[in-house]
Design a protein. Structure first.
Length: 478
């Protein structure tokens, strides 16, 4: 269709001029092999420049050689409208599922129920007591580091001492949880805190060990470096002046697992930023709780029979049905923890490094996903396992297996102990990441790699959850 300006343009051309312009275009259109040769007109030639009022000029061409948009040769890449359509379909289909859920079960969300669950037996909070008692391990580490600095104990003794201390640190919550048999949610929260504390204390001891080694090396070379010799007595950020309780406790609360003598600090606390993150934390935590109670719990209850009967078709249907709310909650959980909560803590403590995650959503390989979705854990793994192993001539594969083994151990620790049930599904899930990483690396990423990353997230998690819930159900109710 010509535009108004095109038409006006044509009307201003003389007939002879327009006939010339069409003669120029004809060869290209008639030379196409698919186009049949036009037979010469039998009737007297019509002056194609002549146009009666209200008629489209017959000489204006509307065809040209071009590809269809879906052909890759067309070079067309803008499918934004389809993205909108997909979002719309997602909203419509999940809206229908949500409506069906409400019609079937009514409103199940009950914050009062959560409160009474949390405040149940207020004089018996073993997990809270364990959290308070965990400070003993922080104090012991601190005083032991002071002794190591003064040369009372050797590094070899430190290795033995820390092996025992950390075994006790990770073992105490296991003994208490298995003995008390309390609420699995609170037990998992308390044990997560112990794991974070272990990773931090390990990093603290490791970095101070590096500082002692650097001090010995510097003394041998008779050089002065800011790490080994605290020339200015008021310099808090040089070894051993960093060995203060305030320095250690700042690290224990800071949103990082890797100790440094001096962390980058922001100039001040932005009140609006704090309020925004706090609102997100409270609001989205409520949404996660509500979605779990309204959507996940009935689904899990209905999944027991198909899993007990081992009906494959029904099992797959249950996994797919759980995949959507589970994935939604996982995404919300990611945002609440890695954006809202960690930024909130960082802002209050004026901790300036806010890289808690990178663009994991664009991951085209599993290995890229693992180095972008949880930066604090990734940095700890790189600094305290992966790189030390590589420096000691272990291969990349061996170092990766060691990292994923430690990660798998802690995932299983955080699931099995609170549930008092040892099934190893979380362990296998994490260990599976090594061959999957190799596979997506070989494939070379791309769109297929990104789809594999998303599929592994969407499907493996609900499968593992259903396995645990099924085993829990069989153990307690049959
Ligand atoms: C295993 C893991 C640490 C590998 O990380 P990666 O970034 O893929 O490893 P790479 O081989 O790319 O190397 C990373 C670093 O090691 C360095 N490196 C590589 N070979 C080295 C060598 N021979 N000597 C010393 N350093 C070496 C690289 O230079 C790179 O350093 P940089 O980060 O400063 O650039 C990572 O996949 C991981 O963190 N996995 C566990 C994640 C996890 O369990 N998270 C839990 C979330 S709940």
């Amino acid at each position: 269709m010509g535009t108004e300006s095109d038409r006006a343009d044509n009307q201003h051309h003389s007939p002879s001029k327009r006939a010339g312009s069409i003669r120029k275009r004809l060869p290209s259109s008639t030379s196409s092999p698919r186009q049949p040769q036009a037979s010469p007109p039998k009737s007297p030639p019509v002056d194609i420049g002549v146009k009666t009022p209200n008629q489209y000029p017959p000489d204006r061409p509307i065809h040209q050689a071009q590809d269809s948009l879906f052909s890759s040769s067309s070079g067309w890449t803008n499918y934004r409208g389809f993205l909108n359509l997909s979002i719309l379909l997602l909203v419509v289909s999940n809206g229908r599922v949500a409506l069906e859920n409400i019609i079937k079960y009514g409103i199940l969300i009950s914050p009062f129920e959560w409160l009474s669950y949390a405040l149940h037996d207020p004089w018996r909070w073993p997990n809270f007591t364990m959290v308070v008692l965990s400070n003993i391990f922080v104090f012991v580490t601190f005083f032991f580091e002071r002794k190591l600095e003064s040369g009372t104990f050797s590094n070899r003794f430190a290795a033995w001492f820390y092996s025992i201390l950390f075994t006790l640190h990770l073992g105490a919550p296991v003994v208490v949880t298995l003995h008390v048999q309390g609420n699995p949610f609170f037990a998992a929260g308390m044990m997560s805190l112990y794991v974070v504390e272990f990773l931090k204390l390990f990093s603290y001891a490791h970095v101070n060990y590096w500082c002692r080694c650097a001090r010995i090396a510097a003394a041998e070379n008779q050089t002065k470096s800011p790490v080994n010799l605290a020339t200015k007595k008021d310099d808090r950020y040089t070894y051993p002046n960093n060995l203060t309780l305030s320095n250690l406790y700042y690290f224990m609360f800071a949103p990082t697992l890797c100790y440094e003598l001096k962390f980058p600090r922001s100039p001040g606390i932005r009140k609006t930023f704090v309020i925004k993150r706090l609102c997100e934390l409270v609001g989205l935590s409520f949404v996660v709780g509500a979605l779990s109670q309204q959507w996940i719990v009935p689904l899990l209850k209905n999944s027991m029979q198909p899993f007990s009967d081992m009906n494959l078709g029904h099992c797959i249907e249950r996994v797919l049905k759980l995949a959507i709310p589970n994935h939604l909650i996982w995404l919300l959980f990611f945002y609440v923890v890695f954006h809202s909560a960690l930024n909130l803590i960082a802002e209050i403590l004026r901790f300036a490094d806010r890289e808690f995650y990178r663009d994991f959503w664009n991951a085209e390989t599993i290995s890229y996903f693992w180095k972008t979705w949880n930066i604090p854990v990734h940095r700890w793994a790189l600094r305290h396992i992966y790189k030390p192993m590589m420096r000691n001539k272990w291969s990349k594969l061996q170092a990766s297996i060691a990292v994923f083994f430690v990660s798998a151990f802690f995932h299983e620790y955080l699931v099995s102990i609170p549930l008092s049930m040892f099934r190893l599904w979380a362990y296998y899930g994490m260990m599976m990441q090594v061959p999957l990483s190799i596979l997506t690396d070989i494939m070379g990423g791309g769109r297929a790699g990104n789809i594999i990353v998303w599929l592994s997230l969407i499907l493996v998690q609900p499968m593992a959850i259903l396995m645990y819930v099924h085993d829990w159900y069989v153990l307690h109710y049959t």
